[in-house]
Write a protein that binds this ligand. Structure first.
Ligand SMILES: Cc1ncc(COP(=O)(O)O)c(C=O)c1O
Length: 374
């Protein structure tokens, strides 16, 4: 087939060459095609192994016949349900096509060339991309040794051009978490010209006494708290994230927001998930935390040193060459983990906690892969 001439280089924004594209975890079907009958264990994208809650599955089926209609652009049922569950003002709740979409919206609405985003690093790469796309400066602050954000160092890095300071806790890819009290102290210390953003994508996995961004919002603090239905709720495929921020934020995002950002099936499934969560969430979290610890113990027994994690994954630093070799050796055995170069940790592997059987398969394959790559 004849091709049209290649898109001329001069039509493409030159500054985007500085934005490395996000490299997602390898899809299961992709590796299945390559390996044939070998059972595939996907522990690469922190979704967790469980399907949507029963009420969400029913809502997904029920929503089918109405898909000839556009979704509610205001997502009112979902925003009301979230607001009621968390005791916040529904007018301040913004939903998006995954948190990823909201991260980009925040960057588009707030950051201009010359502005600065301050963030811990290695961490979730979407923030860095969002800042770079806007031509803003991205200032990376090293993590503490346990893989958590160094909040005093983060506060010290804030300067006159800083607009956004981002705290990801539990952090992706390392799993480290900041304390509730230290987070409050950090917020107290920030100058009024910056907007703190707290990423709680893995909030549901935090142990008792962990930080709770919604409590800070209810206390009237000026910050953005972001959460997602992609992880503990098992709705990664439908793409629903949400955030709450200070008054004025929803209006600030309106010009850059896609009006039908969250589709109708996703809205219905998210509302139903909230109804089912009290019954089904605790058991799910318990299994995920137990498997994470069993996986960490097993990795330690194999001579690796996983960082402490309060999320549904663990991180191990193995060195750059070994990370690539282990990734290849595990993939050949049907186990997909996540090399973390794209997150700023080129020598790391991030492994999602799965079912007990998946943990067994991972540990077995890791034992063989370590021998093969020694
Ligand atoms: C820390 C963190 N923030 C945000 C996201 C994006 O989540 P979503 O699936 O809602 O776009 C992820 C997903 O991996 C994450 O790990």
């Amino acid at each position: 087939m004849p091709h049209a001439p290649r898109l001329p280089q001069h039509l493409i924004r030159r500054d985007l060459a500085a934005v490395p594209p996000y490299v997602p975890g390898r899809p299961l079907s992709d590796l299945q095609r390559e390996l044939g009958d070998v059972p595939i264990t996907k522990l690469a994208s922190n979704e967790g192994p469980y399907p949507p809650f029963p009420a969400a599955l029913r809502a997904i089926a029920d929503a089918g016949p109405e898909q000839n209609l556009y979704p509610d652009p205001g997502a009112w049922a979902l925003r009301d349900a979230l607001a009621e569950r968390h005791g916040v003002d529904p007018a301040l709740v913004v939903v998006g096509n995954g948190m990823d979409s909201l991260i980009k919206l925040l960057c588009m609405a707030l950051l201009e060339p010359g502005d600065e985003m301050v963030m811990g690093w290695p961490s979730f790469v979407s923030y860095r991309q969002g800042a770079t796309i806007q031509g803003a400066t991205f200032t990376a602050v090293p993590l503490r040794d346990d893989g958590s954000y160094d909040l005093p160092a983060l506060a010290a890095a804030v300067g006159p051009r800083t607009k956004m300071v981002v705290v990801v806790s539990p952090n992706n890819p390392t799993g480290g978490t900041v304390g509730a009290r230290e987070l409050e102290q950090f917020l107290d210390e920030l100058p009024p010209h910056v907007l703190p953003v707290v990423d709680e994508a893995y909030y549901e996995y935090l142990p008792e006494g962990g930080h709770d961004g919604m409590a800070l919002v209810r206390a009237g603090r000026g910050l953005v708290v972001m959460r997602t239905f992609s992880k503990a709720y098992g709705l990664a495929g439908l793409r629903v994230g949400w955030m709450v921020g200070p008054p004025g934020l929803p209006e600030a995002l309106a010009p850059v927001r896609n009006v039908f950002d969250v589709n109708a099936v996703a809205q219905a499934a998210a509302v139903a998930s909230l109804e089912d969560a009290p019954e089904h969430m605790p058991g799910r979290i318990e299994v995920a935390s137990a498997e994470r610890e069993r996986m960490a113990d097993g990795l330690r027994a194999l001579g690796l040193q996983p960082l402490p994690s309060s999320a549904n994954f663990v991180f191990v630093e193995v060195g750059e060459q070994r990370a690539a070799a282990l990734d290849r050796a595990l993939t050949a055995r049907g186990v997909i983990v996540r090399p973390t170069a794209g997150f700023g940790a080129p020598g790391g592997l991030r492994i999602t906690a799965g079912t007990p059987e998946q943990t067994d398969r991972l540990l077995h394959a890791m034992g063989q892969a370590l021998e093969e790559t020694a």
